[in-house]
Design a protein around this ligand. Structure first.
Ligand code: RTP
Ligand code: MG
Length: 140
């Protein structure tokens, strides 16, 4: 299995409840290593740019409003098969459909305020990591 890196975001609904440590524990327990991490408050412009692939979806502006509503923690996770592994630990987008024991099943409020983001392919992971981190900020 290939060692990969993926971009993770702990979303405003989770920072608000002060559960970033609990989320990180889930990630680390799954064998993912946090090789970069910082706390930010996204601007409208940054959130729109990050989610540009969803610009034609009807939830786009709501999502941008939510992602700018409070601090986020952006992170790079590293490990074997990290992209798929992180998506597995996160659970389905809608917490009502997320498997028991996943982060979203246990912590998400609803389909929008769903606590975490994770890149969905090697290509998006590379682009999303670059969006937030320079090379010297990622220490494997
Ligand atoms: P993410 O990109 O955050 O890891 O989540 P995902 O792949 O599971 O979901 P995606 O389809 O990429 O949607 C991105 C985020 O938009 C919000 N969303 N709201 N109101 C809605 O129907 C709806 N659908 C999606 C969620 O915050 C979702 O994670
Ligand atoms: Mg997505």
């Amino acid at each position: 299995m290939a060692v990969e890196r993926t971009l993770s975001i702990i979303k405003p609904d989770a920072t608000e409840r002060n559960i970033t440590g609990k989320v990180n524990q889930r990630l680390e327990d799954a064998g993912l290593r946090i090789v970069a991490q910082k706390r930010l408050k996204l601007t409208e412009e940054q959130a729109k740019a990050f989610y540009i692939v969803h610009k034609d979806r009807k939830f786009y502006q709501d999502l941008v409003n939510f992602m700018t509503s409070g601090p986020v923690v952006v992170q790079v996770l590293e490990g074997d098969n990290a992209i798929a592994k992180n998506r597995e630990v996160m659970g389905a987008t809608n917490p009502e459909e997320a498997a028991p024991g996943t982060i979203r099943a246990d912590f998400a409020r609803d389909i929008e305020a769903n606590s975490v983001h994770g890149s969905d392919s090697p290509e998006t992971a590379a682009g999303e990591i670059k969006f937030f981190f320079s090379d010297i900020e990622v220490v494997g």
